[in-house]
Design a protein around this ligand. Structure first.
Ligand SMILES: NC(=O)c1ccc[n+]([C@@H]2O[C@H](COP(=O)([O-])OP(=O)(O)OC[C@H]3O[C@@H](n4cnc5c(N)ncnc54)[C@H](OP(=O)(O)O)[C@@H]3O)[C@@H](O)[C@H]2O)c1
Length: 290
């Protein structure tokens, strides 16, 4: 069984390390920056935990670099300079934003490199372990290391999503839209309800059945068929009433309302429920036509 090193025993390092350990993989060394983290990692993995990352890396066949994004490259270079990498190793990081190219210093030492991003959120160990089954892992990098990536993903009951190296920023931008911008979108709706003195808690409770059934419809039907509402029906007078009241009460939210509305016009056209006349009226109201 391969020897695995966890360099950065934080949220992701602990979750992936524990998940692999449960499946019989051997976590044989780890590194963490603080004494407290090292103690916790030693308890979890029952292995030596070093304060020098190169010591943890050298012994292992598979090296997980699970430090914050901003220092992955720097930590990789420092391990390489101290000859902590070698031929035959696979070195991977779990950042969604960066590609495997930031691990070039490990590749220069003969290792194969990957980026191996779990498309999931890990606020802490237990919740992370619960959410792991079914999680997609976006993987790109050296072809020779892809079978190992697949083996690890399957062991963690995940699913593999292979992406081209040069597309990594686009992959990450899409994940930000789906996760972070969804949060912002919900906040916009709650802000509009707050104008009527409906608390955010009450507003979310009221909107929840709508939100979750919409998610279910997108999953079952795809975005085009799941689309309902005034843009889809071509109800331009309804859109006009939205704009009038938002101009008075929430003018700061109008640019977002307009640009999402214009995107929705295209979706409604693809769905086939919006005719030419409706399209022109709504685009004019939303500022998409002069
Ligand atoms: N958390 C998530 O939801 C999530 C999801 C998908 C991917 N990721 C990715 O996974 C990676 C790790 O994220 P995380 O949330 O697990 O981070 P984290 O909980 O902050 O853990 C970071 C680890 O790196 C160590 N570290 C911090 N600064 C360091 C430095 N300057 N030099 C060396 N080691 C340092 C920390 O040590 P100490 O604890 O001793 O300070 C800790 O062991 C990132 O690339 C992130 O983008 C995170």
């Amino acid at each position: 069984m391969r020897k695995i090193a966890i360099i950065g025993a934080g949220n992701v390092g602990k979750v992936l390390g524990c998940a692999l350990k449960k499946k019989g993989y051997r976590i044989t060394s780890a590194f963490s920056r603080s004494e407290k983290s090292r103690e916790m990692a030693a308890n979890l993995f029952q292995c030596p935990v070093y304060s020098e990352p190169e010591k943890a890396a050298y012994e292992a066949d598979v090296v997980f670099l699970t430090t914050p994004d901003r220092v992955i490259e720097e930590v990789c270079v420092s391990i390489a300079l101290k000859k902590g990498f070698r031929k035959g190793q696979v070195v991977l990081h779990t950042s969604g934003a960066h590609s495997s190219t930031i691990l070039i210093s490990a590749r220069d030492m003969g290792a194969d490199v990957l980026s191996f991003h779990p498309l999931q959120t890990f606020p802490e160990l237990e919740a992370g372990l619960r959410s792991l089954p079914g999680t997609f892992f976006a993987v790109e990098g050296d072809e020779k290391a892809l079978p190992l990536a697949e083996e690890l993903v399957v062991a963690m009951e995940g699913k593999m999503l292979t992406i081209p190296t040069e597309m990594k920023p686009l992959y990450h931008a899409a994940a930000c839209v789906a996760c972070n911008y969804l949060v912002s979108l919900m906040d916009v709706a709650l802000r509009m309800y707050r104008v009527m003195e409906i608390s955010p808690e009450k507003a979310f409770e009221a909107l929840s059945p709508l939100i979750f059934s919409t998610m279910g419809n997108i999953k079952a039907l795809g975005p085009e068929k799941a689309l309902t509402g005034p843009v889809s029906r071509g109800d331009s007078s309804t859109i006009s009433s939205h704009i009038d009241i938002m101009r008075k009460l929430t003018p700061e939210l109008l640019p977002l309302y307009r640009s999402l509305g214009l995107y929705t016009v295209d979706l409604a056209l693809k769905k086939g429920t919006l005719d030419k006349e409706g399209e022109e009226k709504i685009k004019k109201l939303l500022g998409g036509l002069k």
